[in-house]
Write a protein that binds this ligand. Structure first.
Ligand code: AMP
Length: 397
């Protein structure tokens, strides 16, 4: 499933029409409700500006977090509406009542070219239930539906799936970009194609590994999950994170890779700590010499060199997950080294959200990679080759 041929915002008439625009403006906020990272909002601007230029009346819809009740002001879209007003230079009216006469009246009264925003769509529990009546109500507010919320396209909710039954629908520029970059890399990658997988556990990434195994030339494995592989090769891993019940799976993956001619690269050396803590004593040891009582918390520099050699020869790179406990200063070097290699490579480089995206951004390499996905969980699902209900719901061109 690659969705490369789905209808785009440019294939549908939005001029002088009321557009229901589903965005993912689910940005992190601090305790004072200031936005910590505006990336997701900034990435949505291209579609919003295009609609303004086309004189559409725009109803922006987004969720924020997972509110338990309607009145939880922590989850209000107010800071996001304020930020958008500032960057667009026009007032974005926030409609506190998702369903109601006031909301309908305000939308009717808006001028074409104006923008309003519904309050957090998850304040209404019918959103996540993909409720038919709620979907119909949302559709009744507009003439056209545009989905620009890639991060929730794997979810069948009223504002991502239900609504498409009742309105002509298309993808926004951000969804189109995500599909094009991720979809093309999986469908027809320039080779060598290298996937770098890190993160805590193999069990979270089994399906990604299985799907990528069919497509890549080399699979680089680091982070917590590498220790299950190292253990499967017969080496002791001390107190490192190791999923004993996944050892036979790791063996099967390595056997399958051999059969398919896919190279698997595992760490040669590791930074190990005496305890699982930020300020523990640490040292570097080879992967076949992890002492009892020590925990693997990062890849070592020999490994960074080995992985970097392959990364620098790649033509397509997909990276998901840190190579160590990146949150702790003493164990960041491995992930930072890999981020540097990815930034220096001339490959099409795709960063699959989360910690790997943070590493690339923190190190100032944001502009040196091809694409940082806004997807998180959705990107992983895409890499698993899973079907996306919200994209299935959009017609082909
Ligand atoms: P994921 O969400 O699966 O990509 O996992 C990210 C988490 O993996 C981060 O919070 C890292 O701290 C953690 N991680 C990476 N390497 C290790 C390791 N060697 N031991 C324990 N946790 C790790």
């Amino acid at each position: 499933m690659n969705y490369l041929n789905k209808k785009s915002i440019t294939d549908i008439n939005v001029k002088n029409r009321t557009v229901f625009l589903r965005c993912d403006l689910n940005v992190p906020l601090d305790s004072k409700l200031n936005i910590i990272d505006t990336k997701k909002i900034d990435e949505s601007l291209k579609t919003i500006k295009y609609l303004i230029e086309n004189n559409s009346k725009i109803i922006i819809c987004s969720h924020l977090g997972r509110p338990k009740s309607k009145n939880d002001s922590k989850f209000s879209l107010k800071p996001i509406a304020n930020y958008l007003s500032k960057v667009l230079g026009k007032e974005i009216k926030l409609l506190p009542e998702i369903e109601g006469e006031n909301t309908k009246k305000t939308i009717v009264k808006l001028n074409f070219g104006d923008v309003c925003m519904l309050e957090n769509i998850r304040f209404d529990e019918r959103e996540c239930e993909n409720d038919e009546n709620f979907s119909k109500y949302l559709a009744s507010l507009a003439d056209v539906y545009i989905n620009d919320a890639f991060a929730v396209c794997h979810r069948a909710h009223a504002s991502t799936v239900g609504i498409t039954k009742y309105l002509p629908s298309a993808c926004g520029f951000l969804v189109e970009k995500e599909i094009k970059i991720l979809g093309s890399a999986l469908k027809s990658p320039k080779r060598p194609f290298v996937a770098i997988l890190g993160g805590a556990k193999i069990s979270d990434k089994i399906e990604v590994i299985n799907n990528l195994m069919e497509k890549v030339d080399t699979l680089i494995i680091g982070g917590g999950m590498s220790y299950t592989f190292t253990n499967a090769l017969g080496y002791s891993v001390g107190d490192s994170i190791c999923e004993k019940d996944k050892i036979s799976l790791a063996k099967n993956i390595m056997a399958k890779a051999k059969e398919k001619g896919v190279k698997i690269l595992l760490p040669l050396d590791n930074v190990v700590g005496l305890k699982y803590s930020a300020d523990t004593e640490f040292k570097t040891v080879d992967s076949d010499k992890i002492p009892n009582g020590w925990t693997g918390l990062d890849i070592g520099q020999k490994t960074v060199k080995l992985f970097s050699e392959t990364i620098l020869k790649a033509k397509t790179i997909i990276w998901n997950g840190p190579l160590g406990v990146y949150e702790w200063k003493n164990f960041q070097k491995g992930t930072a080294g890999i981020a540097r290699a990815v930034a220096n490579s001339e490959a099409t480089s795709i960063i699959g959200g989360g910690d790997s995206a943070a590493a690339i951004q923190n190190l100032g390499f944001k502009d040196k990679v091809t694409h940082i996905s806004t997807g998180g969980g959705a990107t992983l699902k895409f890499l698993e080759g899973k079907s996306f209900p919200a994209l299935e719901a959009i017609d082909e061109k």
